[in-house]
Design a binder for this molecule. Sequence first.
Ligand SMILES: Nc1ncnc2c1ncn2[C@@H]1O[C@H](COP(=O)(O)OP(=O)(O)OP(=O)(O)O)[C@@H](O)[C@H]1O
Ligand SMILES: [Mg+2]
Length: 336
Amino acid sequence: MHLDILQTGALQDYLRRRGWLDTEEVVASVEIPGEGNMNYILRVTTSIRSLIVKQSRAYVEKNPTLPAPANRAVIEGSFYQEIQSIPMLASAMPLLMGIDRENNILVLEDVGDAPAYTFLYHSGQLLSEADTLTLTDYLSELHYHFATEKPGPIFTNQAMRLLNHESIFIAPFREDNGVNLDTVQPGLAELTMSCKQDVSLKKIVRQLGELYLSDNNQPQTGASKTLLHGDYYPGSWLQTTHNHLKVIDPEFCFYGPAEFDLGILIAHLMLAQQPSATINRVLTNYVKPTGFNEQLRQQFTSVELLRRLVEYPQLPLSLSIEEKRSLLDESRQILQ
Ligand SMILES: Nc1ncnc2c1ncn2[C@@H]1O[C@H](COP(=O)(O)OP(=O)(O)OP(=O)(O)O)[C@@H](O)[C@H]1O
Ligand SMILES: [Mg+2]
């Protein structure tokens, strides 16, 4: 089954065959629900409800020349299944209605026309106290439960980790990526070049990349291993009309260092210029799993800050060039 917005009849037959629609239920409309990059996602509306249907293919949807692991929707679905036993986590995500392992398709509850929290990058946007606590509690619960109860082998998710490893630790630091960053923001080219030419900085970034990829469970890695969301940034949080935050898109989930998820969260709060009270609230409320290494958390935060500041394309950040310089300097100091 290859999902296609134009093939409504085939889609209706497929959903009925799988038992995701009642036999009499008719598809009234099909639309693209929001900005996705990696996968093919449809909102299917019937006379009685709407559903989100997500298919992963052997390539990146927005750029089919880029290969990607075809079964990532199945791994994402397995994450949804895994967290069902923990009420806080289940209620913070859309309901999972089904997985088609053969066709790499997921069916999820539609949480409505909900913008992603990437609006936080716009100047003056603040994360509420309630949302801050939801995001923190989510990581506390996830990391706590799966630190003691090791999840199944599917959560190695090595192929997706390799893809993300390239995007986080390697590609952004290449000297010549063929793009003049001054066209994005005057001064950005010079600012980022100093990082890309810093051999010792790149060595530390590479070592953190190796830790990210490592399946070594020995305590000497200095990390506390658990199940991670793996992509815990504003693009993976939706704001529903009832002002509830829903976490989505765990396709990069893996069994790895808790410090990574928390590090990414903090980096994005900084990129979105959230007040230090918000960041401190996260750091004090997060329940650290045994062996949690705060220095490693700061290192992951710093790499994420660096890569987001030097990469192309850039997130829609509102930071001035001076603010970027200050974040870059702070991150480089932590990594030295
Ligand atoms: N359960 C849902 N309910 C409502 N809208 C949803 C739901 N899941 C996804 N969407 C919409 O589809 C968009 C893309 O979803 P998602 O992030 O899962 O796709 P993706 O292809 O994995 O994206 P990316 O390439 O950014 O990782 C979301 O930003 C949101 O607008
Ligand atoms: Mg995704």
